[in-house]
Design a protein. Structure first.
Length: 337
C-alpha cells in the first residue's frame, strides 16, 4: 500500500484526503492543519490522524479538544509521498521539509512552475514525472484545458487554441474574495497566465488565453476556440470527447443552462459536496466553422484537480501506467455520470 500524507486540509486537501482514502492501493497516513477549526474536527471525525503543521500551535488543538497525532515532520517522515495542499506560496516554504526527509512531494497549481521538476496532467504527460522529487499538479483551469486539448491534439492536430476564461471571484467559503459587484479583466494585460501554464504540459502548443473575473462562486466557464489542422465534423468531435472519461458532455435534454443547475445535478446524483471532477462540456455548443472548433465548458475549481493528485501519486512512484491509474481512480471515487 502506498503511504500518502496530505499537508493542508482545506478546500483541496480535504477532497484529496477522501479520494486517497478511497483508493484500493493507498493508505492515508494523515493530514496536517495549521490551526483548529471545523475542518480539523471533521478530519478527526473521519478517522484521519491529524498533525500540527506549526509546532508552536499544537497546544491550540489541545485547548480546542482536538487530538493531534504529532508534528507535521512525523507525517512527512511516515509517508511515501506527500500531497501539499497548502495555500499558494506555502508549498515553496515547505519544500525544504520534504527534501530533509527525502519524501517526494506534489504541489498545487498556485505554486510557481519553476519550483518543481515537472508539471502534471494525468491525461497528457503521466509517464514523464516518474521518479521526480517535486511535481506540480496544474491548476483547475489548466487541468480542464489539458484534458480537452489532449484528444484534439492527438486526433486532429491543433493549429491554435484561443480561450476566454470567465472566472469565479472566489470559492463559496472564501468570504474575503471578490469582486462583489463588478466584472474585471484579470489580468488586463495579455495573455492571462493560463496559456503559459498549459505550455508546461504542451510545450509546443500555440495557445492564447484571456481572463475575466466575475462575482460568482460556483464554477469557471471557458469559451473555447480551437483551430484544427485536420477538420472534423461537429458530430465527430462529440464522439471523440464522449470517449474521454473525465469529460462530461451535457446532453441538451438535461436542460442544464449554467453552473447553478450543474451543481444541482451533481448534488442530485449524490456527489460528495456536489463536486464535479469532470470538465462539463455543453454538447450543443460543439460547433465547427471552417477549420475552427467552438465550445463552452464549465470547470469546478474545488474538485477537478482531485483525481489528478491521486494519479500523480502513482505516476511519481512508477506504480502503474496512465490508463490503469485513471480507471482505478475513477472507479474508487465514483467518477462518471
Amino acid at each position: 500500500m502506498i503511504q500518502v500524507g496530505v499537508n493542508g486540509y482545506g478546500t483541496i486537501g480535504k477532497r484529496v484526503a477522501d479520494a486517497v482514502a478511497a483508493q484500493p492501493d493507498m493508505e492515508l497516513v494523515g493530514v496536517a492543519k495549521t490551526r483548529p477549526n471545523h475542518e480539523a474536527e471533521t478530519a478527526v471525525a473521519n478517522g484521519y490522524d491529524l498533525y500540527a503543521a506549526i509546532p508552536e500551535r499544537r497546544e491550540l488543538f489541545a485547548e480546542a479538544g482536538i487530538e493531534v497525532a504529532g508534528p507535521v515532520e512525523d507525517l512527512v517522515a511516515g509517508s511515501d509521498i506527500v500531497v501539499d495542499a497548502c495555500p499558494s506560496g506555502i508549498g515553496a516554504e515547505n519544500k525544504p521539509l520534504y527534501e530533509e526527509h527525502d519524501t517526494p512531494a506534489l504541489y498545487q497549481g498556485g505554486e510557481d512552475a519553476g519550483l518543481v521538476d515537472a508539471s502534471f496532467n494525468a491525461r497528457s504527460n503521466f509517464a514523464e514525472v516518474e521518479g521526480a522529487d517535486h511535481v506540480r499538479v496544474v491548476s483547475c483551469n489548466t487541468t480542464g484545458l489539458s484534458r480537452l486539448l489532449a484528444p484534439l491534439q492527438e486526433e486532429y492536430d491543433v493549429e491554435k487554441a484561443r480561450v476566454t476564461l470567465v472566472r469565479r471571484g472566489g470559492d463559496p467559503a472564501q468570504t474575503g474574495r471578490g469582486p462583489i459587484n463588478d466584472t474585471l479583466p484579470d489580468p488586463v494585460t495579455l495573455p492571462s497566465h493560463h496559456g503559459p501554464d498549459v505550455n508546461t504540459i504542451f510545450p509546443e502548443l500555440s495557445i492564447d488565453t484571456l481572463g475575466m473575473k466575475v462575482p460568482a462562486t460556483l464554477m469557471h466557464t471557458h469559451s473555447v476556440n480551437v483551430q484544427l489542422e485536420d477538420v472534423p465534423t461537429a458530430d465527430e468531435v462529440r464522439e471523440l470527447l464522449a470517449d474521454e472519461s473525465r469529460l462530461f458532455l451535457i446532453p441538451p435534454e438535461h436542460d442544464i443552462d449554467g453552473a447553478g443547475k450543474l451543481k444541482e445535478f451533481a448534488m442530485d446524483r449524490d456527489r460528495p459536496r456536489g463536486d464535479i471532477w469532470e470538465n462539463a462540456v455543453w454538447e450543443k455548443s460543439i460547433s465547427i466553422e471552417d477549420d475552427d472548433l467552438y465550445l463552452f465548458q464549465a470547470i469546478h475549481q474545488e474538485s477537478d484537480v482531485v483525481p489528478e493528485n491521486v494519479d500523480a501519486v502513482r505516476a511519481v512512484l512508477g506504480e502503474t501506467d496512465a490508463e490503469t491509474s485513471i480507471q482505478r481512480t475513477n472507479d474508487a471515487i465514483g467518477l462518471g455520470f
